[in-house]
Design a protein around this ligand. Structure first.
Ligand SMILES: Cc1cc2nc3c(=O)[nH]c(=O)nc-3n(C[C@H](O)[C@H](O)[C@H](O)COP(=O)(O)O)c2cc1C
Length: 146
């Protein structure tokens, strides 16, 4: 199977209430599981940014991204930040994990991974999401200075 890893960023069009996030997560869970797509969704509440990692079969990931996610009116400025072919899954067990980042700390909203179900994120996942977020910020800063 041709695996692909796609990371995109976007900005919510309005403040996301927990019901809004629950809706996104519920759809993501069932559809992604059906397509064997794994990943991580981070919502940065202070800036309303989303960042999502999607990994799975190339055709499925691209169809989900271009066919549904990128057209979703709940967010704008949807931009692919990273697209890598042949990558191994970073989150093989995570159907779609979800983090909220605010006040400098990552909190788990809905525990879906095999690692933690309630409370604080495991160090591993928090570290991964944070690295993604930092890489994103560095890229934005780099673009701003070019
Ligand atoms: C930030 C964000 C992330 C999303 N992530 C997923 C996802 O991982 N999987 C998914 O099926 N839908 C996801 N959605 C929802 C899709 O955009 C879409 O509403 C849903 O898949 C239903 O697709 P359809 O309108 O083509 O039927 C996400 C939406 C947003 C705003």
């Amino acid at each position: 199977m041709d695996l692909v890893r796609l990371i995109y960023t976007s900005v919510a069009v309005r403040e996301m209430r927990s019901e809004d996030l629950d809706d996104i997560l519920a759809v993501s869970l069932s559809r992604n599981a059906a397509m064997n797509i794994t990943g991580l969704l981070v919502h940065y509440t202070e800036t309303s940014e989303f960042m999502q990692l999607l990994e799975g079969a190339r055709d499925d990931v691209l169809a989900l991204f271009h066919g549904s996610i990128a057209k979703d009116p709940r967010h704008r400025s949807v931009e692919i930040f990273h697209l890598e072919d042949g990558a191994e899954r970073l989150c093989p067990d995570w159907r779609m994990s979800f983090c909220l980042e605010r006040h400098g700390g990552l909190k788990e909203r809905t525990g879906l991974s095999g690692f933690v179900r309630h409370g604080e994120l495991s160090d591993m996942r928090a570290g991964f999401a944070r690295r993604l977020m930092i890489a994103y910020r560095e890229e934005i800063m780099r673009r701003d200075t070019v």
